[in-house]
Design a protein around this ligand. Structure first.
Ligand code: ZN
Length: 443
């Protein structure tokens, strides 16, 4: 058992429906076998558990581990290609790199970069677009399991309009997906996701094969892209004879409570109604939307229709792994929408980056906040001495102000340590220099 001492911030009550930020200073969490079994003022818990090891995380903020609801494994090395709209960016930047994943040794090296990127940013769970090649997907799951992250991923499938080497057939997609799911679904912290790249690159026969995999892998998730860019949307409309983008998936039973569709920047009202009726989630990816000029996310319309929204980094169109940055960009986007925007507080941003993601990924009973009974997936934000964030935290009037400053100024460099199930993930297992203070306290 370990007693974690610090300032804990989380959002067990949804701020989008009136909940407030929970902020407890000089508190403690007792963690036993990865589960939080007691929570309260430090002095009180210490008195009840005088013999337990104490990990002192005062002097920063302890947040739930982030949940990234949309991120691409093969794209970590192409982050930062600016200046192109979606379809040109795919053709010139993303897809050539995705084709390199055919080589297993290359994919394994990228998997190391990718998983380190997630963990270093404080992300403990992620719904990950895998690769178009099964051995590369194995490499991702292998590395995620080694480091200890909760990764839901799978084979990305397409059978048209990308590049020939990225195309599969419905039969091959079905067989390879089932084989991967047999190796990884519900194994440790890994789960399988069925991933048609987007209906632009997927025939009806391939989408039907995806539905068959969902039927054969109980509990599998489904993820894809939707309504990101006007040119993409009009092409999908032509390919599917006027069907709405959401319907292209829904008519194959690929939209449901275990579905997360990324972007949805340009939905129609009927599509929002359909997503709400089918209890699907949407991953909002604000830096990607800004970098590709895709548009400003209509969050208020999603909320008005009752569509669940989480946050995704969308690396590599997104500009990094940090959900602090995504949260800030989400805030900017809603500000820029003026009266059409949904004003976001720091509590909203934390909720989007944690509990809303857990909800979208179907893991909210286990993770997403720091309540007794849940798994201890957490991160310690502790800025470097003299940094603007350190100054900001030291002079914040209250926890909500401190949290807003963390979103405004925080980066992966401020994430001092990360735990999944109470196990230290970073820095110990991600090749960073061991943190002397943590090592000393942890014994
Ligand atoms: Zn994406």
């Amino acid at each position: 058992m370990t007693l974690f001492r610090g300032t804990f911030l989380d959002t067990p009550d949804d701020p989008f429906t009136g909940g407030a930020l929970r902020a407890d200073s000089d508190h403690a969490l007792l963690v036993e076998d990865g589960v939080m079994t007691a929570r309260g003022p430090y002095a009180e818990l210490r008195g009840n558990h005088p013999g337990e090891e104490v990990l002192d995380l005062t002097g920063g903020l302890v947040l739930p581990g982030f949940v990234d609801a949309h991120v691409h494994f093969p794209q970590v090395r192409v982050i930062g290609a600016l200046g192109l709209p979606l379809l040109d960016w795919l053709e010139r930047c993303a897809l050539p790199e995705e084709a390199r994943m055919a080589q297993a040794s290359y994919a394994a090296a990228v998997a190391t970069d990718f998983v380190r990127g997630l963990a270093s940013a404080g992300t403990t769970s992620a719904l990950v677009f895998g690769a178009h090649f099964a051995p590369a997907v194995d490499a991702l799951f292998t590395e995620a399991a080694r480091v200890g992250l909760r990764v839901t991923s799978g084979l990305v499938v397409s059978d048209r309009l990308l590049r020939p080497e990225l195309h599969t057939t419905p039969e091959r997609a079905h067989a390879e997906s089932l084989a991967l799911a047999a190796r990884w679904h519900d194994i440790g912290r890994s789960r399988y996701a069925v991933i048609p790249r987007f209906s632009l690159s997927c025939s009806d026969d391939l989408l039907a094969a995806c539905a068959a995999v969902v039927d054969e892998v109980p509990g599998a998730m489904v993820t894809s892209h939707v309504n990101e860019n006007p040119r993409e949307i009009s092409t999908v409309g032509e390919l599917f004879e006027g069907s709405s983008y959401v319907e292209t998936y829904a008519r194959h039973r690929l939209v449901g409570p275990r579905t997360v569709l990324a972007h949805n920047v340009h939905p129609t009202d009927p599509e929002l109604r359909l997503l709400a009726d089918l209890h699907a989630g949407v991953a909002h990816c604000p830096t990607s939307n800004a970098a590709l000029g895709s548009g400003l996310f209509p969050m208020a319309r999603h909320l008005a229709h009752g569509v669940r929204v989480a946050l995704g980094s969308d690396v590599g169109a997104g500009t990094g792994f940090s959900l602090l940055k995504e949260g800030l960009q989400a805030y900017f986007g809603q500000q820029l929408l003026g009266e059409l925007g949904h004003p976001l507080t720091a509590a909203h941003l934390l909720h989007l980056a944690t509990a809303a993601g857990a909800e979208a990924l179907g893991t909210a009973t286990q993770v997403g906040d720091l309540s007794v009974g849940k798994r201890f997936d957490a991160q310690w934000l502790c800025p470097a001495e003299g940094s603007a964030l350190e100054v900001g935290l030291a002079h914040a009037e209250d926890p909500a102000e401190a949290l807003a400053r963390a979103f405004a100024l925080g980066t992966p460099a401020d994430v001092r340590a990360v735990w999944v199930d109470g196990d230290l993930v970073s820095p110990a297992q991600t090749d960073r220099e061991p943190d002397e203070q943590l090592a000393a306290v942890a014994g």
